[in-house]
Design a binder for this molecule. Structure first.
Ligand SMILES: Cc1cc2nc3c(=O)[nH]c(=O)nc-3n(C[C@H](O)[C@H](O)[C@H](O)COP(=O)(O)O)c2cc1C
Length: 213
């Protein structure tokens, strides 16, 4: 093992960047807006979030995607509907999102239910993407085995010829919207006595409570 890995157990950094007061609005979205703005100012990839899914066999899996929109208090990202995550969401729409904002010593854990956005919203977003990404969405059978990198690049060249101008959205590519039902705001505090505030949906309202760190 190299020295960096050996040093892991001796790393006892403390958290002293902020605190989470008791009054932060009736819904989690005001606080989310404040935190997102601060993350936007301080973090390199503020909109990178992990999304955990578990399909029929119950095996959780996790990967990073980009939050592309926060609309009507819902979180939207885009992907391939036939990818592993897409198949798992089709099996079981319950997902968990995680934002980690290390400069701010914060994490945000979101439980929710995912569903596909309308075709109109997917088209609008797809049309706004750079041409390379549009062709890439056609070329990549995301999550399926690929024999060689070359095959992917050849496919991309063929697609470039097939669609010299407008690139339509592939039917298997589009957005997911996640409607949250539980959001935990975590703020690192000294001596591991972190602040954890949970908003949990209860009918039309949100119950708010604090958790032990
Ligand atoms: C910073 C970052 C952003 C990413 N954004 C997306 C995204 O918005 N949509 C997406 O499908 N994959 C995105 N990926 C790739 C995914 O992490 C993952 O490799 C891919 O979606 C396949 O996952 P799956 O096989 O579990 O379906 C991103 C990866 C990174 C590191």
């Amino acid at each position: 093992m190299n020295d960096f890995l050996n040093a892991l157990r001796d790393d006892h950094r403390d958290f002293d960047e902020g605190k989470l007061e008791d009054h932060h609005g009736k819904t989690p979205f005001d606080l989310f807006s404040v935190w997102y703005k601060e993350a936007f100012e301080k973090e390199i990839e503020p909109n990178a979030m992990s999304i955990a899914t578990a399909g029929q066999n119950g095996q959780p899996s996790n990967r990073i995607v980009y939050l592309k929109e926060c609309l009507d208090e819902q979180f939207i990202f885009y992907s391939n509907y036939l990818s592993d995550k897409g198949r798992e969401i089709a099996d079981n729409p319950k997902v968990n999102l995680l934002f980690f904002w290390p400069q701010l010593q914060r994490q945000l854990r979101i439980d929710g239910v995912a569903k596909k956005v309308s075709e109109v919203i997917s088209d609008e977003y797809f049309n706004s993407r750079p041409r390379g990404s549009q062709l890439g969405a056609w070329a990549s059978m995301q999550s399926q085995k690929l024999e060689s990198r070359n095959m992917l690049e050849e496919k991309l060249m063929e697609l470039d010829k097939k669609y010299p101008n407008y690139v339509p959205r592939p039917p298997h590519w589009g957005g997911y919207v996640i409607e949250p039902n539980r959001i935990e705001f975590w703020q690192g505090r000294p001596s591991r006595l972190h602040d954890r505030i949970v908003y949990e949906k209860s009918g039309l309202d949100w119950k708010i409570y604090r958790l032990n760190p």
